[in-house]
Design a protein around this ligand. Structure first.
Ligand code: ZN
Ligand code: ZN
Ligand code: ZN
Length: 98
């Protein structure tokens, strides 16, 4: 089980997608605690994005084909045939394993 998060840089509009495996260290943390533990900087301009992190909330919806709109998304909500797996995939960046 992996949680996916996206943070969008307001300065340069680049986003970063983060995957965090459920673990003792991070998996149980709520968003507030996660922001306190994690330091996240924009890959392009190095601005601090820690407070911009949102958790991807994917819901499987077979009738909505997964398109670039989903892969380029920077928001939290996903209702799509990928069930959230591809949501914001364009921005894939950081993987934190359990
Ligand atoms: Zn930036
Ligand atoms: Zn999708
Ligand atoms: Zn999506």
């Amino acid at each position: 089980m992996t949680n996916t998060y996206i943070a969008r840089c307001k300065t340069c509009k680049t986003a970063t997608r983060i995957h965090i495996a459920q673990s003792e260290d991070y998996g149980h943390l709520n968003l507030q605690d996660l922001q306190d533990r994690l330091r996240l900087h924009c890959v392009a301009c190095h601005r601090d994005l820690t407070r911009s992190i949102v958790k991807v909330d994917g819901r499987f919806w077979a009738e909505t084909n997964c398109t670039s709109r989903c892969r380029n998304a920077t928001g939290a909500d996903c209702t799509c045939s990928c069930g959230g797996d591809e949501h914001g995939a364009t921005w894939d960046g950081i993987f934190i394993a359990a």
